[in-house]
Structures are given as C-alpha cells and as structure tokens.
Design a protein around this ligand. Structure first.
Ligand code: UDP
Ligand code: MG
Length: 334
C-alpha cells in the first residue's frame, strides 16, 4: 500500500514545520509507504525554500513549485497529477484539517470506500456553498472540506477531466464512486492569514454554477417567455380598452418601463451567454492548468521502520542502503 498526502501551500512558511511534524507523526503509524506531495502555489514568502529543505531532510517528500500563483484548485490538481499512491489524501497546510484523521480515512478506505471526505461538524457552511449545492444537486454536503482520501481509481478518473474552470468538489461529486463522510471539528488556522480573497471565493462560486449546469441559460429563456407573455397580455388589454372606449393615459411611463425592462432582460441574457462563451474560449485555448517551475521528486518512499533509520543516520549512504533494502521497487530512484 502506498499513500500520497497532497498539501497545497500558498504563503504558509509559518505552518510548514508544525504541519510536517504532525504528518510525520501520523505517517509513522501507517503501515505501508507514504509520500508527501507539497505543492508551492507561487508563494511569495519562504514556503518554497522550507519545502525544499524538507525534501533534503526527508526522502519521502516531493515538492512541486509553480511559476506563479495559480490558485488552490490548480494546486490540488497538480498534487493529484503527481501523486503516485494507491490512495491520495488532500489537505490544507494551515492545520485546520487534523492530520490524525488520515488514519480514520485509511480505515474506511480498507473497508472498500473509494472516497472518504471530512466535513466540519457544527459549522454552518458558507452561503456560497449552500447555493451551489442546491443548484447543482452535489451529493457531497456543503460543509465538506477540501480534506479527503481518494482511491487511485477515482484519482485516475479525475485526471481524465480536462476542464479549466475547476470546482473540484463538484467534479469529485460528479464522478460518483462509493463514498462516505466523517465529521471533524475545524480548528483555527495555526499561523498566517486566510489566503482566499473575497474575489476568489465569488469567482469559484460562479465557476461552480456555470461549469456544472446550463440552468442560467434556461433562466434567460424563461425570462424571455415571461416578458413575452406580459407584453402580450398588455397588448390585449390595450386593444380591449380601445374597443370599450376606456379613456387611456398618454402612456409614456409604461412605455419607458417596458423599454427599460426589456433592455435589462436582453443585456442580462447577453451577459450570461457571454459568460459561457468566455468559458468555451478558455477551454478551447487548452492552456495548461498550471506551470511547474521546479519539481523535486521523492528520493525514496519509506515505511515507519525506514523512517527510523533515516532519523538515526541522517541522509547519508547508510540510510540510503537501508531504504533500498526496504523498498527494492524504489531503488532505481536513488
Ligand atoms: N492555497 C493555495 N493557493 C491559493 C490559496 C490558498 O494553494 O491561491 C492553499 C492554502 O495554502 C491552504 C489551502 O489552500 O493550504 C486553503 O487555503 P485557506 O486556508 O486560505 O482557505 P480556507 O481554509 O479559509 O478555506
Ligand atoms: Mg484554511
């Protein structure tokens, strides 16, 4: 069994040491090989250097460094692209996701679940997620975090989804597979500030809705039909009033209202269509989701025993020998 733990990091220098300490602790209790995949999403602080230091110290660490900030969803995608495990865990770098939970994930995975996701207990999900869930019939509950274990089969299926506008939670839900949720208490961030800006959050919500349904296009059509019906009824009334000799107003106000209303509806529909066209444009450009500047592959994947040797001897020849004996399939990487 080989487990990959994927962690996207954006300006998380202050969290990495503690995160690694806790992950290392958890990894020691896992039977099988463990790989840490850290994705540096174009951080402007010392994150990248810190991660590379870890890679020197610990042969199980893989570091992927982006050429600039591509966003959380792209970083997660990269982590899943590079991860080699039979199971892949993704989690945040800020220690809001308790690393010990990975052990529970693994238990469920061994029971046969292909997707084990964590959801925050006793937390009202952000309104954005609630709307998305309602609109898109996402099966994963809105309080689910970006903290989950995925089976290799699910990861491979995910990698075959090429879309650029990414809303990973929705994509995973779309994939299906046998899934189960586990509750946890969300902690405060260990250090640093929340990286997501309001703009990014709104962007993701819009992405989620537009990428997963063409419902807004239908809204445009429905609005068009409603205005047509209203206009028709009004025309009937005017005709009736004329025939019945009801004295009529001059009608400027109603005329103006009708024009403004129609203009508004038309512009809105145009804007909606433009959103979709923009997305089609983005997709047909077929740009990569992210650009990697540097990739440090793991020198060896270790089980708990190997790790002990590593710690005792440091990263010298002896350690490598021990690692080699333990994992002959990894030998060519050394
Ligand atoms: N993150 C990232 N790229 C970004 C923004 C965030 O890789 O552009 C990472 C960040 O380092 C963290 C995770 O995504 O590991 C979640 O970010 P954050 O804690 O800011 O979001 P929240 O937990 O508040 O939803
Ligand atoms: Mg966070």
């Amino acid at each position: 069994m080989r487990l990959s733990i994927v962690v996207p990091c954006y300006n998380e220098a202050a969290n990495i040491d503690e995160l690694y300490r806790q992950l290392d602790h958890v990894a020691a209790r896992i039977e099988g090989l463990v790989e840490f995949v850290f994705v540096d999403d174009g951080s402007r602080d010392a994150t990248c250097e810190k991660l590379k230091e870890l890679a020197v110290k610990d042969p199980r660490v893989r570091v992927i460094s982006f050429s600039r900030n591509f966003g959380h969803q792209a970083a997660l995608s990269a982590g899943m692209d590079y991860a080699t495990g039979d199971a892949v865990v993704v989690m945040d770098a800020d220690l809001q996701h308790p690393p010990e939970m990975i052990l529970q994930f693994l238990e469920k995975w061994r029971e046969g679940y292909e997707l084990v996701y964590a959801y925050r207990e006793g937390v009202k999900p952000r309104w954005g997620y609630r709307i998305i869930n309602a609109l898109m019939k996402v099966r994963i509950p809105p309080e689910a975090a970006d903290f989950r274990l995925m089976d290799r089969r699910l990861v491979d299926a995910f990698k075959s989804m090429p879309e650029r506008a990414r809303f990973i939670r929705g994509m995973i839900s779309w994939l299906g597979f046998r899934q189960i949720g586990l509750g946890y208490q969300q902690r405060e961030r260990f250090a640093g500030e929340r990286a997501y800006t309001l703009r990014q959050t709104v962007r993701m919500a819009v992405n989620a809705v537009l990428a997963f349904s063409s419902m807004p296009l239908r809204v445009a059509a429905v609005m068009g039909i409603c205005t047509l019906v209203l206009g028709f009824l009004y025309a009937v009334y005017v005709l009736y009033a004329y025939v019945a000799g009801i004295p009529m107003e001059k009608g400027w106000a109603s005329l103006l209202i009708a024009i403004l209303f129609l203009g508004g509806v038309q512009l809105l529909c145009l804007g909606l269509i433009a959103e979709y066209i923009g997305r089609i444009f983005d997709e047909v450009k077929q740009r990569p989701l992210y650009v990697v500047r540097e990739h440090v592959p793991p020198r060896a994947l270790g089980s708990a025993q190997v790790q002990e040797v590593t710690h005792r001897n440091g990263a010298d020849g002896q350690t490598r020998e021990a690692v080699r004996l333990q994992n002959p399939d990894e030998a060519e990487r050394l």
